[in-house]
Design a protein around this ligand. Structure first.
Ligand code: BES
Ligand code: ZN
Ligand code: ZN
Length: 499
């Protein structure tokens, strides 16, 4: 999709459709609406007067222009009440229109930003949100259907009269990069586990590195063995798919000692292992690499935007499968950190591979850590599908990640790290066990386990088990992988500059 900034008003664009914005309860008196309304003989005003168009948030009214202007159609997009309008709603709104346009097979679209709104907000933020909305809304996973057609939207004209030019350029660049990285992660999550194997995920990461000039190191099974990454080895030993430890590095601030370490859970399929999941809970477990997807896709965005910061991504990738070679409950393994772990549950596999990856990221020089993982069913119970769980061992680093998430338009909520719960992880035969064997505070238990492997390094854990996959098409989401975490991580790397 190509973006073109133009000074021309919407009424002069020769496109398949233009989008005008309308707030609830208002007249057709916003600058852009007014102009379009006038050339269309006040048809928009009539629709509003007759209650056909209300401006309710997410409402779309489609009008044909009957050659009164070069554009063929007008989408009147409802943005809800003016006082409730924010960049998140703008992003969602544009996503809804873009999807409609894509479904209709339109090629060229003209959009503008609400002038009233533009006055009070930063131009870059507004443009970024609009661009993200269009790119995220138009996204569709192509899959493997014989009759799957090409994407239709090819060019978007952004009609802007009085926004600051530099702000517009910055917002446009960020919007494109944030959204395309998100869509990349979505596609990986949507890929079935027979196609997106650990090795295939590593290939994707290598391509990201190549496209963006990042350093890449992919540890194969032999090197993982040599490095004694016992967690990754134990989980992968029951699968025909060999594991990978994927490392991407970007050094945009070579003079700085600070290194942001991003770690993502890359279980390409989670059967539960020998303590196998019930049939229904196993469906959808191809998404258990969504944390890995978020981290690798964020590196694509970081590599493109090139912030003044250092970032390394460490992604353990393997499959948790059932086999005569599978690891068992009661097994004792040794993680990369040297700590021994008693296996209490083979379905609590994510934390075992993350333990190796977190310790390895520290070894590689990470001074601050964020992990992203579809770690627990418990977080879905606690926070549902709209909010990611956040846990941390250092409050100020937690606040920094919350700020990045807020700026990125992703919702997170903190759960407390309760020291008492760490006692559940005591084992009589090893340094710790991977689960307390009780079902209380499951999400915090997961974090409590990971915490043992970050030592004193400031660390944030994002549990995206609820937010990685959306079952319906709505707003910026289309059914499937959401790409959650990508925009937060890119934003974090940008804010990390200058540390
Ligand atoms: N991959 C799952 C967590 C998950 C659940 C992701 C639902 C997405 C949707 C994780 O590996 C897992 O199986 N967790 C178990 C842990 C338990 C057995 C200790 C869980 O949450 O039930
Ligand atoms: Zn599991
Ligand atoms: Zn899992």
């Amino acid at each position: 999709m190509e973006w073109k900034v133009t000074q021309k008003p919407l009424t002069q664009l020769a496109v398949d459709g233009i989008v005008v914005l309308h707030t609830e309860g208002g007249e057709a008196d916003g600058e852009d609406v007014k102009e379009v309304d006038e050339v269309l003989d006040f048809r928009i005003s009539r629709l509003i007067a007759d209650g056909e168009t209300t401006g309710k948030y997410g409402e779309i009214t489609l009008l044909h222009t009957w050659d009164k202007i070069p554009a063929k159609r007008v989408f009147v997009l409802g943005l809800g009440k003016a006082e409730e309008l924010d960049v998140d709603r703008l992003r969602q709104g544009f996503a809804i229109v873009a999807r409609k346009a894509e479904e209709r097979g339109l090629k060229h679209l003209g959009i503008a930003l609400p002038a009233s709104f533009a006055a009070e907000k930063n131009a870059a933020d507004l443009v970024q949100a609009a661009v993200e909305g269009v790119e995220l809304g138009a996204y569709r996973y192509r899959g493997y259907k014989g009759d799957s057609r090409e994407a239709s939207l090819t060019s978007i004209f952004l009609s802007l009269s009085d926004l600051s030019r530099s702000g517009v350029e910055a917002g446009l660049e960020r919007g494109k990069v944030f959204a395309r990285a998100t869509n990349l992660a979505r596609t990986w999550v949507n890929e079935p586990a027979n196609r997106l194997t650990p090795a295939a995920l590593a290939d994707q990461a290598a391509e990201v590195a190549k496209r963006n000039g990042l350093k890449v190191d992919i540890l194969d099974e032999q090197r993982i063995e040599e490095m004694r990454m016992g967690g990754l080895l134990a989980v992968s030993q029951g699968s025909a798919q060999p594991p990978r430890m994927i490392v991407l590095s970007y050094f945009g601030a070579p003079e700085s000692q600070e290194v942001l370490g991003l770690v993502g859970k890359g279980i390409t399929f989670d059967s539960g292992g020998l303590q196998v999941k019930p049939a229904k809970s196993m469906n959808g477990m191809k998404d258990d690499m969504a944390g890995a997807a978020a981290v690798i896709a964020a590196m694509e965005g970081i590599g493109t935007l090139k912030p003044h910061s250092n970032v390394i991504a460490v992604v353990p990738a393997c499959e948790n499968s059932v086999d005569g070679k599978s690891y068992r409950p009661g097994d004792v393994i040794q993680s990369f950190s040297g700590k021994t772990i008693e296996i209490e549950h083979t379905d609590a596999e994510g934390r075992l591979i993350l333990a190796d990856a977190l310790a390895y990221a520290r070894r590689l020089g990470a001074t601050r850590l964020v992990d992203v993982a579809t770690l627990t069913g418990a977080i879905v119970v606690a926070l549902g599908r709209e909010v990611t769980g956040l846990m941390t061992n250092e409050a100020s680093w937690g606040e920094e990640v919350k700020t990045a998430a807020r700026l990125a338009g992703e919702r997170v909520w903190e759960l407390p790290m309760v020291p008492e719960y760490e006692e559940w992880l005591r084992s009589s035969v090893a340094d710790l066990k991977n689960h307390g064997g009780i079902s209380e505070a499951g999400a915090i238990q997961g974090a409590a386990f990971l915490k043992q492997f970050v030592e004193e390094t400031p660390w944030v854990h994002l549990d995206i088990a609820g937010t990685a996959y959306f079952n319906k098409t709505k707003g910026i989401h289309s059914e499937g992988g959401t790409g959650v975490g990508v925009r937060t991580l890119i934003q974090l790397a940008i804010r990390f500059a200058g540390r």
